[in-house]
Ligand binder design. Structure first.
Ligand code: HEC
Ligand code: HEC
Length: 221
């Protein structure tokens, strides 16, 4: 079904304007779903002769997607009907700019600070959770926070505590908070978080080892 669609689009230039309008609607529908936008996102100045920059990008993206499908078919030796179709949603997964959630949060963190990054995560969670758009799994915020822990432990802790709101049983998150507190030279607090982590996941030898070490060499604030 979809492969037929792409062939239609490829041939659209040679069809009469009227046939084309009819045939193009399933593609437009697919595009709207794939990018999570309304028609006006691209058709922003219909009939006015003004530029429509998103439509221009989309035209190139349609051509690119067609090329990708041709390459997939060549690479796998499969026919258009057999091969998995690449379409807008393959990359866009329901958003206009298909960045990973970790990239989105990291960029906001860099440009606007931790409060804005946390607010954005919450907002995106509200709008996109359960859709294919972003990975709201346990590891996304841990991945953003961990590299921060050494230099900006307070920011790392803020993001990890946000993660606990969504994953209250996340042993990994408790351990990561514990580590961040060691970077603040607050070993007693670090120990409480490591203990909680070990309680939730008693089989994790690495966390147990870190807890033992901390208890042995505990510094006082
Ligand atoms: C992501 C951008 C994008 C969105 C969103 C989008 N379109 Fe389009 N649309 C295009 C592009 C690009 C073309 C031109 C295809 C070509 O001629 O190569 C087009 C063509 C059309 C055409 C043929 C006439 C024309 O303007 O070229 C119609 C009609 C149309 N779209 C309707 C819609 C409707 C209705 C929606 C919402 C359901 C929609 N489109 C959403 C990008 C978009
Ligand atoms: C192979 C991956 C891939 C596929 C397939 C793909 N895109 Fe994209 N598209 C991207 C990336 C990456 C960007 C973001 C570029 C950037 O950073 O601004 C993008 C950006 C866009 C934008 C600009 C969004 C904005 O707000 O600036 C439009 C419009 C768009 N794509 C339309 C489409 C349509 C329509 C399709 C399907 C016909 C499609 N794309 C298929 C990767 C893809």
């Amino acid at each position: 079904m979809r492969s037929r669609l792409w062939i239609l689009v490829a041939a659209a230039g040679s069809l009469s304007a009227q046939t084309r309008q009819v045939d193009i609607m399933p593609l437009m529908q697919e595009i709207v779903t794939g990018l999570g936008v309304q028609c006006e996102y691209c058709h922003s100045a219909r009939g006015s002769g003004q530029p429509e920059p998103k439509k221009d990008i989309a035209r190139q993206m349609i051509a690119m997607t067609r090329d990708l499908n041709a390459r997939v078919q060549t690479a796998t030796g499969k026919s258009a009907a057999e091969a998995t179709q690449v379409s807008c949603i393959t990359c866009h997964h329901g958003v206009p700019i298909p960045k990973q959630l970790s990239e989105v949060v990291t960029q906001t963190l860099r440009e606007k600070g931790v409060a804005a990054a946390a607010a954005q995560y919450r907002d995106l969670h509200e709008h996109f959770y359960g859709r294919a758009a972003y990975d709201f799994g346990e590891d996304t915020l841990i991945g953003v926070a961990q590299p921060l822990a050494a230099g900006r432990p307070d920011d790392a802790i803020a993001l990890l505590k946000l993660n606990l709101e969504f994953f209250p049983q996340s042993a990994k998150t408790y351990a990561a908070i514990g580590f961040a507190y060691t970077r603040k030279y607050d070993d007693p607090t670090a120990i409480t978080y490591y203990e909680k982590s070990v309680e939730l996941d008693p089989n994790n030898g690495v966390t147990r080892g870190q807890l033992e070490q901390l208890k042995m060499y505990q510094r006082k604030r």
